[in-house]
Design a protein around this ligand. Sequence first.
Ligand SMILES: [Zn+2]
Length: 390
Amino acid sequence: MEYVLNYIVAEYLVLIPVLYIVGVFLKTSKFFNDKYIPLTLLGLAIILIIFFQNNFTFQGIAQALIQGILITGATVLSNQVFKQLQKDKPFLSLAAVANDDQKGEMGTITNNSETIKTVNYAPIIGMVNNNQEGGKVMPVKVYLDAGHGGNDPGAVYHGYQEKDLNLEAILYIGKRLTELGFTVGYSRTTDINPGEVFARGVKTQGYNYLLSIHCNAGGGSGAEVIVNCKEIGAVVESNYRTELSRLNNFRKIYSRKYSNGAIIERNIVSGKFTNVVNDLDWYGILRGCWSVGVSGDLLELFFMDNINDLNIYLLNKQRYWEAIIKSICLTFGIDYQESSDDSSNIKAELKGEIEQLKGIISDKEAEINILQAEIDSFQPITLYQKKERT
Ligand SMILES: [Zn+2]
């Protein structure tokens, strides 16, 4: 850009903003084809320069031609630079960068992408009726997705892999929801890669709700709930916010646009989102479940790269999971009963981890001792013996 400016006659620089404005005007005009804009601007620039110069000789016109090309080039270039800067804006959120890999394939959207789904959770709650004996007609079907897996570890910080934390959470939540009477489906129950994200979303067909669990990274603190751009019903998201706020910072509820990655915070008033985001959803799994008429959330439990967040989570993980279970129960009108296990099993687990680490330390110490012994007994190799002069 600088080099281009060096060759432009200084007086003509004023034409750049003029051409820019004309260009923007043509762009907003419905009757003008965008692809002719640069050529039109070039013609306009040359004509203006010829009149500026007031030199209608062959040399004058040739000069105007060169200056016109340079000026138009600079205008179009500055427009592109501006556009690129705007484009990059949504990606400035580091937390979002950590989830760029979750966009996945476009997939086949069977629903009209422009149709705003009007279903909220009311019809689902309506499924839980009492039968003739007074018992509940079940089941409510929940599909659980542990993010990443197998060859895809997700975020890796402080010796923890996201895929393991996600799976641990999902297995606990699934077991408890089953005890409470839900029917639970899983994208994975072991350390395997459960496949492309959109396809995973499509597998929720016939379920009432999808929950995909992840752990965040990229600088930040607290839980985040990500909901499909077009979702209106906000009962479960509102419950997550209430319940998870008791344990740690709750960051936000948002949607992310497929078209440009922009993050839009979602506002809730009495169980409904007041702002619907008119775009496809960024997250493949949310697009996938939406395409088969299933509402879903992607829940980021905490920030793995934030040691404080990680410690709070590790010490309270069972409480996090119970908060999620309670939120789902409240949403579907199922009685929530606290787990009979207290947190002593977590203490035992942590003690076990400490013992394991102590074992690693003593192994490493033994290795260090062996190396030290080698150094102590080290004899330099000499290929010839230096003879003393006699
Ligand atoms: Zn993840």
